[in-house]
Design a protein around this ligand. Structure first.
Ligand code: CAA
Length: 394
């Protein structure tokens, strides 16, 4: 087993760290306070290649492995989780989905703009009454011959007001249940699309989230991804990859909180010595370091499995479950170590604590991850998936 990162991966990690510290950190508190979308920062992420990292250079991407993507996500998420969720959705759900399952024409038309940051994408699965229960889609895409007629409402859409491209999950044949679901590439300027108000959220406040209403929107037939009825499998597969991205985000929140708490514990004195010389704080740091390292191993291993062409459904759910729990638990601990200072915005840890919560909710709640994991475990698949058996292809 090789736990060493290669030169290219180390260079990506360093570039992402520098970008996060130098370009994202200075304005992050104000953007979060005022819910300002990070337009300039997203433009720079596009320029630096962070928005289409795994896409082949042929379509304008960086041609990197999932491991490099995870390292970049981790570094950026230590600082700005509004930027990192925009990055995660665009890389894992939109670009990866189109490159892996889209037609050649779809790849040529959409990927260069999505990887450069000229456009960003949104993944439109959730509905007012269908979040975890993803097969219960009420949005319909009726086959009209040369186009689909799209009707329905999507909720909680990340990048909702800013995306140029929506991947919309919709039901084309109710009788077939999930086998009648399709995913359509919908251009945001199509006639019949209306946007709801930007949600005022607990965390990731400068990323935009809104509902999207589709009213008799005509979508060309060639914008369907894959064969008729492939949409649910598409959604499940890209969400498995998306969960690696969100797990990396959660890992970044946990690690960023820990780094801030550790630095503060050296600077702050109480009872005549640095607070980390008191066992109450030292043991917290030990727990943080251990849990974060355990989560990191799960996240990196899942990325590695994806890069090997192995099935990563189980490992990505485990990574997301563990990393999001570590993010929540240890961002709270980081606030505690900072005491009163942790409760004010200037010290950054309260924002990381607010941002942590969504990682236990989006791209499959922690409860959904346990559904996926327990089903695999009960079927006895765990050993096969985690033993490095290359025969089990994605
Ligand atoms: N890959 C490929 N196919 C898969 C799959 C996977 N990972 N998981 C399931 N499937 C297939 C199954 O094989 C089955 O196909 P067949 O009928 O042909 O055998 C089909 O999909 C239905 O599967 P299930 O019977 O397991 O379906 P279910 O109703 O029991 O649901 C679930 C499974 C795991 C709970 C699923 O509904 C799920 O993941 N729900 C959570 C949805 C989610 O993550 N939402 C997040 C919203 S997006 C978001 O947050 C993005 C953002 O903006 C940040």
């Amino acid at each position: 087993m090789d736990f060493q990162l290669n030169e290219e991966q180390l260079a990506v990690k360093e570039a992402a760290r520098d970008f996060a510290q130098q370009e994202l950190k200075p304005g992050v508190i104000e953007r979060d306070n005022k819910m300002i979308f990070p337009t300039e920062q997203v433009r720079k992420m596009g320029e630096l290649g962070f928005l289409g990292m795994m896409v082949s250079p042929e379509y304008g991407g960086g041609g990197m492995d999932t491991m490099s993507y995870v390292l970049a996500m981790e570094e950026i998420s230590k600082v700005d989780n509004s930027c990192s969720v925009i990055m995660s959705v665009n890389n894992s759900l939109i670009c990866w989905g189109i490159e892996k399952f889209g037609s050649e024409a779809q790849k040529r038309k959409y990927l260069p703009k999505l990887t450069s940051g000229e456009w960003i994408g949104s993944f439109c699965l959730s509905e007012p009454e269908a979040g975890s229960d993803a097969t219960s889609q009420t949005t319909t895409a009726i086959d009209m011959g040369d186009h689909y007629l799209l009707n329905g409402t999507k909720n909680w859409i990340t990048n909702g007001t800013t995306s140029a491209v929506h991947l919309v999950v919709a039901q084309s044949n109710v009788e077939l249940k999930h086998k009648g679901i399709n995913v359509l590439i919908v251009e945001a300027d199509s006639e019949g699309i209306a946007l709801g108000a930007k949600e005022d959220k607990l965390g990731i406040r400068s990323s935009d989230t809104c509902s999207i209403m589709y009213n008799n929107v005509k979508v060309p037939k060639e914008n369907r991804i894959g064969d008729d009825g492939f949409g649910f499998k598409f959604a499940m597969k890209v969400l498995s990859g998306g969960r690696i991205g969100i797990a990396a985000q959660a890992l970044g929140i946990a690690a960023g909180s820990y780094e801030l708490a550790l630095a503060y514990s050296h600077e702050r004195n109480a009872f005549g010595k640095p607070i980390n010389q008191h066992q109450a704080i030292a043991f917290k740091l030990a727990d943080m370091a251990t849990d974060i390292e355990a989560a990191r191993l799960l996240v990196y291993r899942s990325a590695w499995m994806k890069d090997q062409g192995m099935n990563f459904d189980l490992s990505s759910s485990m990574a997301k479950l563990a990393a999001s729990d570590a993010a929540m638990k240890h961002s709270v601990e980081a606030v505690q170590i900072h005491g009163g200072y942790g409760f004010v915005k200037e010290y950054h840890v309260e924002r990381l604590m607010r941002d942590a919560k969504i990682t236990q909710i989006y791209e499959g709640t922690s409860e959904i991850q346990k559904v996926v994991i327990s089903r695999s475990v009960i079927k006895g698949e765990t050993q096969v998936q985690l033993s490095g058996n290359k025969l089990q292809k994605a």
